[in-house]
Design a protein around this ligand. Structure first.
Ligand SMILES: NC(=O)c1ccc[n+]([C@@H]2O[C@H](COP(=O)([O-])OP(=O)(O)OC[C@H]3O[C@@H](n4cnc5c(N)ncnc54)[C@H](O)[C@@H]3O)[C@@H](O)[C@H]2O)c1
Length: 385
């Protein structure tokens, strides 16, 4: 097992009716900014519940954080916080709103141009405003981690940063708040959390015995409940299980002491930045191709994945690996998510541009062995055609 430090200070408050707990979780004299995405939190009553729980506190609201939150929009929230001298942020939404809130929290007192937070991947963040979240969409794990992804529209750059200063103080996870999600977002969430696990599991054997078993348990749970989640919106147990799996998939636990890949995400970010494809859909395109192209380097773990996650025990090693990659692709497709670049209107002529973007963003040594160069990225994109 690799050396590691594990730190996760986020309090999770889980279950139906838990939004009322805001009254005790947020200081009674806090000056609060609620950050929101589109209309969903207003329409499904989540916002009203949040405002009721905050009672007589001074509360402002910032609407319109878009999916794949933009630096341009978030800087408006930064101005509002500074102008009104607010001291607590509350994200109400999915990963985009929570990620955006993390950026705002880090930017408030940032010494210099806040985009540098992304350029330096968070290394230059020394403080952040405290914030909490009320989660309405299971997918990213942002509710219990220190990561954030922000897009600068002007330059089509989608970059991530991490900082221990941007763990949420608390996150409220009420599964009933996900009942209004469109099927598309449920499918996205399943594929996103599945890929989060794979980025931390499908690398090379590192004797992280319990990490592997945790990861395989999360993957098997997603395979078990994924298709059922598409059938019925208001099944509490299904939504509750999915919500907790998605959080555990990226809260640091399964990745502690094991190698991590993340090249699928970084290549996927370039697809979203250029074509505005949903984050999870880019992962569904890149992951199977990535496993195929790097099957030699990932040989041991691919065989373990085939056997323990998919129960594949027959055939030669190569046949078992092929079957496991195929089952992964079929699983994504069974969630209604297409897995090839042409399904999204992208052909071979675009690959050179995407590889150029990887280079321009300094993404030249990716993966668990830092050997996913732009040339390997090109082969992965070609295998996605
Ligand atoms: N911080 C991390 O660790 C991390 C990890 C993976 C991805 N991300 C990033 O998170 C973003 C994606 O976040 P996401 O997948 O949670 O989706 P999202 O937050 O972008 O939301 C997608 C859509 O669902 C709507 N929505 C949210 N809750 C709803 C509800 N209860 N009912 C109806 N509609 C609702 C939103 O308004 C939005 O239109 C991407 O930018 C991605 O890069 C971050």
């Amino acid at each position: 097992m690799l050396n590691f430090e594990f730190f996760n200070p986020t309090r999770i408050v889980f279950g139906q009716g838990t939004i009322a707990r805001l009254d005790t979780l947020v200081a009674s004299d806090a000056r609060v900014l609620i950050l929101l995405g589109g209309e969903s939190a207003r329409k499904n009553g989540t916002l009203a519940e949040v405002r009721a729980a905050l009672g007589t506190r001074e509360v402002y609201q910032f609407d319109g954080i878009e999916p794949n939150p933009s630096y341009e929009t978030l800087m408006k929230a930064v101005s509002l916080v500074r102008e009104k001298k607010l001291d607590f942020l509350l994200a109400v939404g999915g990963g985009s709103v929570i990620d955006g809130t993390k950026f705002v929290a880090a930017a408030i007192d940032y010494d210099g141009e806040p985009w540098d937070i992304l350029e330096t991947r968070g290394d230059t963040v020394t403080s952040a405003l405290p914030f909490g979240s009320v989660l309405t969409l299971s997918a990213t794990g942002s509710e219990m981690n220190d990561g954030s992804v922000v897009t600068r529209r002007a330059t089509q750059a989608k970059l991530a940063f991490t900082s221990p200063h941007v763990f949420p103080r608390f996150s409220i996870l009420d599964p009933t708040k996900t009942y209004t999600l469109p099927i598309r977002q449920i499918a996205n969430g399943v594929v996103d959390s599945f890929t989060h696990v794979m980025e931390q599991y499908l690398t090379y054997p590192a004797d992280g015995l319990v990490q592997d078993r945790f990861a395989e348990g999360l993957l098997q749970t997603l395979i078990e409940i994924g298709p059922k989640l598409l059938e019925k919106a208001d099944d509490y147990e299904l939504r509750a299980n999915f919500m907790w799996v998605a959080t555990l998939a990226l809260n640091g636990l399964i990745g502690a002491g094991v190698p991590q890949d993340w090249s699928t995400h970084i290549i996927g970010h370039e697809l979203t930045a250029r074509y505005n494809i949903d984050h999870a859909r880019t992962l569904a395109v890149v992951l199977p191709a990535n496993l195929q192209v790097r099957r030699t380097a990932k040989h041991g773990k691919l065989l373990q994945y085939a056997q323990r996650v998919w129960g594949i025990t027959q055939g030669s090693e190569d046949e078992r690996i092929d079957a496991a990659i195929d089952r992964t692709r079929v699983f994504f497709e069974s969630m209604g998510i297409q897995t090839r670049l042409p399904d999204y209107g992208i052909d071979a002529s675009e690959i050179g541009i995407l590889v150029g973007q990887l280079r321009a963003h300094g993404m030249v040594e990716l993966g668990e062995r830092k050997d996913v160069t732009p040339e390997v990225g090109q082969r992965i994109l070609e295998a996605s055609l």
